[in-house]
Ligand binder design. Sequence first.
Ligand code: MOS
Length: 694
Amino acid sequence: MTDLLRPRAMGRSPRRVEGPAKVTGTAPYASDQPVHDPVHAWLVQAEVARGVVTSVDTGRALAEEGVLTVLTPDNAPRLASTEDAELAALQSHDVDFRGQVLAVVVARTPETARHAASLVRVVVEQRPHDVRLSGDRADLYAPEQVNGGFETDTAEGDLAAGLAQAAHVVDRTYTTAWYNNNPLEPHATTAVWSDENLLLYDSTQGVHTTREAVAETFGLSPERVHVISPHVGGGFGAKGTAHVHAILAAMAARALPDVPVKLALTRQQMYSLVGYRTPTIQRVRLGGSADGRLTALAVDAIGQTSRFKEFAEQTAVPARTMYAAPHRRTTHRLAALDVPVPAWMRAPGECPGMFGPEVAMDELAIACGLDPVEFRVRNEPEVEPESGKPFSSRNLVACLREGARRFGWSHRDPTPGARQESGWRVGTGVAASTYPVNRSPGSEANIRFTAPGRYRVEIGAADIGTGTWTSLAQIAADALGVDHGDVELRIGDTRLPKASVAGGSSGITSWGSTVVAAARAFREKFGDRPDDGDETCVAMPESSASDDYAMHAFGAQFAEVRVHVDTGEVRVPRLLGVFAVGRVVNPRLARSQLVGGMTMGLSMALHEHSLLDERFGHVVNHDLAEYHIATNSDVPDVEAHWIEEHDPHTNPMGTKGIGEIGIVGTAAAIVNAAHHATGIRVRDLPLTLDHFVR
Ligand code: MOS
């Protein structure tokens, strides 16, 4: 067995093992899986945000040649569980949001299904809807807890006293927009129901989580549900929990036994059916002493949820970890609206929740007359501020210093608006990043010695484009003390041992720990010379590290921004991030995750904004023509680096998770740089040119 502290496979950069299959178009995604003679489902969606379905006429649709069935709230079978209201497909006549599925048409071709869907006549008695998020609503409420199981509110010391004793106070409100996830591969499910067994080819971040949700909804024992998902064209959280289309595909398949039913969402349908990032309103109060130490820190965060299902984003939670301050508070309030239910989007909580505080830190640094890097360094906590736990490792300062060095920060003139080049105002800015080290329970891994001298490692993990196929095999190779090429990894199928979801950047921590435990058990049982067919299966070992330590990754992001003097056009010629993310398993893949996260953060800063038409309650810019996402020409130079970090507490590999931290802090760094360029402080995303045209 290799000493995991001196690995041979980890730390190298083998190329993605599935890369050739992907670039030659042979990797099967959910909708490409070879099934015999499939039929196609198309959705009929609500055109009002609230109401009651009074009648559904399917006559004309059913009369079309090739239409096999139309399911509606009148004839759809009752589901065993409607506990997850999002998955309670066609179970009620209530319309809770615009875009809700009111019927599904199944036909021999997608064209016929789509046409027939347009012939279904649904009459809805409309009720007044309420979709407007604002900070002054009288009905804002405190959820029992926020996502991740965190306390809704926290308080320490005396905030008013802390602000009163400050030499400088920042008290500002910041907002982040409504954002929709746009993975390249839209959500799709192919379902086959035969002999009370259900087979799903699904685009999901977790085959076992999809299985659990579907089995529970239909009242099936989980063994009867088989989910296959070898390749996923991006998820970002949108595929982290099952959405209604998977239930509808299964329901349609049950109505047509032994016939494969394909249901692929359109890009536009994704804007109402697979979740989105809640908009947030964040009041941030910071007090600073004359020498730049925080005396008080408060974040009061408001978000939205749907009225029919609660989703409580943990926006103020990162503020509990970041900086020392004796007097502090964090709160979360929600508005329950007639909107689709929000869900996960890359770094839920941390991504929006670091925006307000990291811009406020820039504002307070300027008020105190301190460099924003130095100001952050000065407010480093000894232990995690609110839990009092020691950090397993915390290298934010190292990231700030290394980032400043690489970026050339020391040459910066701190005066806002000092630099102008050929019609562009030029500025630079910094912000911090953080993301917790999450570990999900419940994984198991099986290792088998197969002729000739190869090890088959099986775990139902997911590769959502992140590189699991490659990096988890690297971990297995080191745990077994063999070459990377001697490991045959199998993932993405519920026939394999159970695995936790690819979410919360927890995949490598959870699956890797499980694979390492299985390798150790295998060697204990069979030694270094196993026989063909020797195998062992183990569950992920318990870990008490999170009881003893606060475990987080950190980073520092630097941005250069140019704002055109006449037009206000904003460009970001340069982004540079330095991260402390524990051991990096595969530098090539890690860099891709970090650069991807930063690029998504740039996209959030400059472009992304789901525009709600309050009269109708839907996102009007619901496609890639109107919902602007950064393109290559928006991101000329993005550099991601990391420092050497050895954390003995996170897991046997010493990793921390890299999928999400790259997006955290980027928007704040860009906003701070735009202020440095222009002297104009933007507190509401996105950073559109109208902010700068005066
Ligand atoms: Mo990620 S939003 O935790 O799938």
